[in-house]
Design a protein around this ligand. Structure first.
Ligand code: T1G
Length: 714
């Protein structure tokens, strides 16, 4: 027994409790503590059965992910650890029962499948989410799960990583009994009672490793594996681990158990040392790291948000209101006219109907959510809203007018948030008498779907409002990232150079669809020019028109999109932009655009040439890195990982690349700087290397080193 694993007795039942908060990860010492308990109770004649349970809020949520870095860096070797525990649990002469509440994920589910029986609270979830970390289950999960749940379900659970409910697990045969009650004590009592039952019964103990009944025949399995490979090729394009998961589960149907376990171990190793796994683990911890705001202490007051009000029922306003309703928070939505209000509510209804049709929501859930949204054309009720979110047209004058009005109606301690995507938060706040309560809540379209919430801190924004906004982001299911108040904040400020370089490349002769193909193959959901057509080229045109300072005198200005917009080509919404679109929104190259680009190049004296894929990739992607480094040195982002999380959750940056800053670290900042200097020599002003980049290369450091130093400097 050690402080991580507690051994106790309940009558004739030995109880092994994992005590490693917050999620009972299998950190060093935990497997050993479990094994000691199995050995001890195995040898104790008074003990008839053994229960293994997680202390606190959950069963084992998996291996300790923090240990993986030590293995891939060679700091420590991966031991037999968990395999020994699982064989120990299965080899026990006394029945072993896993009692599951919270989440039995990864090594947690594998540990439970080493047991002879599994019982769970109805609220529990089980799963093999390893693929989300770029790996496969490494402790026999790919060999035991098919034996319990069948090949098809095991394949889905391993290749996609989504958890399932205890009820579904019970129906599949993973869980043997659902324990009534909701709490830990109910679970423990129910598990001990179950243990006494099986402890008293005679007969061989059921070993998962010997249950081959659900493994199917090669004929039955062949179409299942083919369909799974086709599915991940479509849904997980560019990912490495989903295919490795399929290979491992396939081994369970073609090899004897122990051979299958060996094959799983080889595939696990291959994945763990892959750059994709490092990127996905970086993203996992990154999503947790962005929650920490160095100068906002943990005990800062977080206001409870029990009611909300949204101004503007357009695409963004409607989506924002849905976020609140979806978590049961009543929300008022205000528009200037009944007609606009009806249009907005209609869009919301359609969004819910689509989700009901897709089985994401029940009709009952939809009705409950719609009932929480109150459409109106007045400020009635705003005095009781804990938060007011402004989501009107992106024009400073209008926003300031709205905030002056909100200032008069909102309650004293309300959070006053603006969904502006580029405008100066301090200038908006100055339109009120309480700038300390004003903050930016920059949602991404569609706001009810996109996970990112860029939280923009103004000069006077109070720590309470920052802390409340960060907590609220989690409540409404968003990843909240705190950023400073500069033009375009972090995401859009970097997106400018990203799309600028794509335009320049097109003006220099690269084919429109070639530019998008290269970035699509890099892993982005869509290329930069097609994204422009989707968002509407007129949006960027208005920003450029409204901010002439964006392109200082003497600097090269992208010309193509202004010309496209002035030719009425605003993108998908006008049926033409960089591409021509058919009635089904199918995208087609358009020779008119190629001709326009040739004209622009001639007029602007731009030499058109063959441009290689790696130049396209590097100019588009490294423009993000260079601007990201500027944002860091100017202090508008707290850490480089914050930038990565923004791009992974708001801009479709491929997760298996870890984000632009992590990607740069992977390539090597010295190579990145050399490439940027090359572009600077060739293309001038816009490619001036960021001083921080030069500094880090000079010191042989990475962006992640920079984050660590900042964190330790506090
Ligand atoms: N290892 C190390 N730390 C972990 C961890 C883990 N498995 N899971 C969570 N943490 C930390 C997390 O970083 C945070 O730290 C704190 O715990 C609370 O987490 C052998 C190889 C369980 C659903 O992939 O999905 O098993 O920020 O904020 O929202 O085959 O955590 O406070 O310092 O996320 O309530 C497989 C990962 C591992 C599950 C709880 N398991 N975890 O969510 O809390 S690989 C997973 C989660 C494996 C085997 C293989 C979630 C959660 P900090 P949190 P939460």
């Amino acid at each position: 027994m050690n402080e991580l694993v507690i051994h106790s007795r309940q009558g004739s039942v030995g109880v092994i409790t994992i005590n490693n908060p917050p999620v009972n990860a299998l950190s060093p010492g935990v497997p050993q503590g479990i094994l000691e308990g199995v050995d001890k109770y195995g040898a104790d004649d008074e003990v008839r059965a053994i229960v293994i349970i997680g202390g606190g809020r959950t069963f084992i949520a998996g291996a300790d992910i923090k240990e993986f870095g030590k293995i891939t860096s060679g700091e420590k070797k991966r031991g037999p650890g968990l395999h020994t525990v699982i064989y120990g649990l299965e080899g026990s002469s006394k029945p072993t029962i896993a009692a599951i509440h919270g989440t039995a994920f990864g090594g947690g589910l594998e540990t439970s499948m080493g047991c002879h029986y599994r019982v769970a609270l109805v609220s529990a979830k089980v799963g093999q989410p390893e693929v989300k970390l770029g790996i496969i289950p490494g402790a026999q999960g790919t060999q035991r799960l098919p034996r319990l749940a069948g090949v098809e379900k095991a394949l889905e659970m391993c290749a996609l990583g989504a958890p399932i409910s205890a009820t579904a697990a019970h129906e599949l045969g993973i869980v043997d009994r659902i324990i009534d009650g909701g709490g830990y004590d109910d679970l423990l009592a129910g598990a001990v009672a179950f243990a006494e039952e099986v402890g008293a019964s005679a007969g061989p103990l059921p070993k998962v490793s010997e249950r081959n009944g659900k493994l199917g025949t090669p004929q039955e399995n062949a179409p299942i594996f083919a369909a799974a490979r086709a599915m991940v090729a479509k849904k997980r394009r560019g990912y490495f681990a989903p295919l490795k998961n399929i290979e491992a589960v396939e081994a369970s149907t073609t090899l004897p158990f122990d051979e299958g376990v060996k094959r799983e171990a080889e595939l696990f190793q291959e994945c763990l040392f892959s750059s994709q796994s490092k990127a996905l683990i970086h993203a996992f911890f990154g999503e947790r790291a962005v929650r920490k705001i160095p100068d906002v202490p943990k005990d800062t007051l977080v206001k409870k948000i029990a009611s909300a009000a949204v101004i503007g029922a357009g695409t963004m306003g409607g989506g924002i209101a849905m976020n609140y309703a979806n978590v049961g928070i009543p929300v008022i939505i205000k528009e200037t006219s009944q007609e606009a209000l009806d249009r907005g509510m209609n869009t919301i209804r359609k969004n819910y109907e689509r989700s009901v049709k897709r089985g994401r929501f029940t009709q009952e859930f939809m009705d409950q959510r719609m009932a929480l949204i109150t459409p109106q054309t007045s400020y009635d009720g705003f005095e009781s809203a804990d938060i007011v979110v402004e989501a009107v047209f992106e024009e400073m004058g209008l926003k300031k007018k709205i905030f002056a009005e909100i200032d008069k109606v909102a309650k004293a301690d309300a959070v006053l948030a603006s969904n502006t995507s580029t405008l100066n938060i301090d200038e908006i706040a100055a339109a009120t008498t309480r700038p300390e309560q004003v903050i930016g809540h920059h949602f991404f379209s569609p706001a009810n779907v996109m996970r990112l919430l860029e939280i923009v801190r103004g000069e006077k924004t109070s720590k309470e409002i920052v802390a409340t906004s960060m907590a609220l982001a989690r409540t409404i299911g968003k990843v909240g990232v705190l950023v400073g108040n500069c033009h375009g904040f972090v995401g859009n400020r970097m997106f400018g150079p990203y799309r600028r370089e794509a335009q320049f490349l097109a003006e220099e002769g690269a084919a429109v669809s070639e530019i998008d193909r290269v970035i699509y193959e890099f892993g982005a959901a869509m290329g930069p020019l097609a994204v422009g057509d989707l968002a509407g080229l007129d949006v960027g045109w208005r920003v450029r028109k409204g901010n002439p300072g964006l392109f200082p005198e003497g600097t090269r200005r992208p010309l193509a999109e202004d010309r496209l917009v002035e030719a009425g080509r605003h993108g998908q919404k006008t049926g033409a932009g960089w591409y021509r679109y058919d009635e089904n929104r199918g995208r087609h190259d358009d020779p008119e655009v190629t001709a326009l680009l040739t004209t622009i190049a001639a007029e602007a004296n731009i030499e058109q040439r063959e441009i290689a894929d790696d130049e396209i990739r590097d100019r588009v992607i490294l423009s993000l890195v260079n601007e990201g480094a500027r944002i860091l040195e100017e202090g508008f982002a707290l850490r480089s990982v914050d930038i990565d999380i923004i791009y992974l959750n708001g801009y479709g940056f491929p997760p298996f690349r870890g984000g632009p800053m992590f990607y740069a670290d992977t390539v090597g900042l010295d190579k990145v700087l050399a490439r940027i200097e090359e572009f600077h020599a060739a293309h001038g002003h816009w490619w001036r290397p960021a001083p921080l980049l030069k500094e880090l290369v000079g010191a042989g450091k990475t962006f992640s080193d920079w984050d660590k130093e900042r964190a330790s400097a506090g």
